[in-house]
Design a binder for this molecule. Structure first.
Ligand SMILES: Cc1cc2nc3c(=O)[nH]c(=O)nc-3n(C[C@H](O)[C@H](O)[C@H](O)COP(=O)(O)OP(=O)(O)OC[C@H]3O[C@@H](n4cnc5c(N)ncnc54)[C@H](O)[C@@H]3O)c2cc1C
Length: 339
């Protein structure tokens, strides 16, 4: 659709205000493999897959493995040479939409890659109807029940030279660096969905508080609860502005910068967790009931605090960047759009 990150974030935020699962299915197309193919792919990949993305087909991304989540460099997925191409052997876990998607972007080791390191890691696009691909199972989860995570097995799946999105060079980790940088699109989309879900929960709580009376007073007349709404709205707005900064810095067709994306994801994940939790509290027993949408929003955004790099991994990145001197003192506050 030619959307940049900012437009994608607006759509994701609005969808997630009502239903995060539906937003995630759009996130897979907006900020998932199709955007990676558009930015990094060869002509063959673009011609083959982008029209299908435009038609609304689902794409998925396979990074995580049972023994390699946050520590992606522990991944085992590997390519072995086969004539002018390769064979892929991999087992990918927690692949959102993997059992329904037409293609999967699989991070894997290229020949010569050193196990346990980032050297030689790259990515290929795999047609999920190809021989050797199977759905090994799906996860039953706390939330996000409108979209499912699958376990995908790749047993000797043929990979053509044209299927390579990012080649892995066994001499360095340049391929992994490129892939990690591109994940910032997904991180910002994740942050946008958190803002949307929290916004929806906050709005719902406000409507309820104006309607609900406790004895002779409406909930919205109680100062202790007014302050709560003020704090939640301020926290959410701060997180939204951090996201906006990362999106504006990406510009049209660019990639959101890593530090600002990590801060945006961290702030939006935490704000959503807090706002959705407190919104439940503001509705009392009804907040906890499935008759109202707040408990679902809370269960849904809980998963967003884990996917696309956990809250802790964002903190690791921000902390080491600052402590390692990669961000000059006082530089961050200057990085405001238009400053
Ligand atoms: C809803 C959802 C959708 C997902 N979709 C996809 C998908 O489409 N494709 C895909 O490939 N993966 C997907 N994932 C997987 C997700 O990326 C991983 O779950 C995540 O990276 C964490 O890996 P892990 O589960 O193995 O946890 P672990 O890496 O085992 O981590 C366990 C805990 O330890 C913490 N931890 C780990 N290392 C450190 C450290 N160095 N310092 C401090 N704390 C640390 C983590 O933050 C976490 O709290 C999804 C996950 C969820 C929940």
């Amino acid at each position: 659709m030619g959307m940049g990150d900012a437009e994608a974030a607006i759509v994701l935020e609005e969808l997630a205000r009502v239903d995060v699962s539906s937003a995630i299915l759009c996130q897979l197309v907006f900020n998932g493999p199709p955007r990676a193919i558009e930015h990094l792919g060869n002509e063959g990949l673009r011609r083959r897959w982008l029209p299908r993305a435009a038609e609304g087909e689902l794409f998925c991304i396979g990074i995580t493995e049972p023994d390699a989540g946050s520590a992606a460099t522990q991944m085992r997925a590997r390519l072995t040479p086969d004539g002018d191409g390769w064979r892929l052997d991999a087992y990918k876990n927690y692949v959102t939409g993997g059992h329904r998607a037409v293609a999967c972007l699989v991070w894997c080791r290229f020949p010569g890659s050193e196990p346990g390191t980032g050297k030689g890691i790259g990515a290929v696009v795999v047609d999920l109807t190809a021989g050797g691909v199977s759905v090994a199972g799906t996860h039953r989860k706390m939330g996000l029940r409108g979209c499912t995570e699958a376990e995908l097995a790749f047993d000797g799946v043929r990979v053509e030279p044209d299927d390579v999105l990012v080649p892995g060079d066994s001499a360095d980790n340049s391929g992994l660096k490129t892939l990690l940088a591109h994940i910032n699109h997904e991180r910002c989309g994740n942050a946008a969905m958190c803002v949307g879900a929290a916004q929806g929960a906050l709005e719902h709580a406000i409507v309820y508080m104006n309607d609900r009376s406790v004895g002779s007073r409406r909930l919205s007349d109680l100062q202790g609860l007014q302050w709560k709404i003020a704090d939640l709205a301020t926290e959410l707005e701060g997180a939204r502005l951090l996201l906006e900064r990362a999106l504006v810095m990406a510009g049209r067709g660019g990639t959101p910068p890593p530090l600002e994306s990590a801060m945006a994801k961290l702030a939006c994940n935490l704000a959503a967790k807090h706002v959705c939790d407190e919104a439940i509290q503001l509705l009392g027993g009804y907040g906890y009931s499935r008759e109202y949408p707040l408990e679902r929003a809370y269960r849904d955004i809980r998963g967003l605090c884990i996917g696309a790099g956990t809250v802790e991994i964002q903190r690791n990145f921000i902390g080491t960047a600052l402590l390692g001197g990669r961000v000059p003192a006082g530089a961050l506050w200057k990085q405001r759009p238009g400053a």
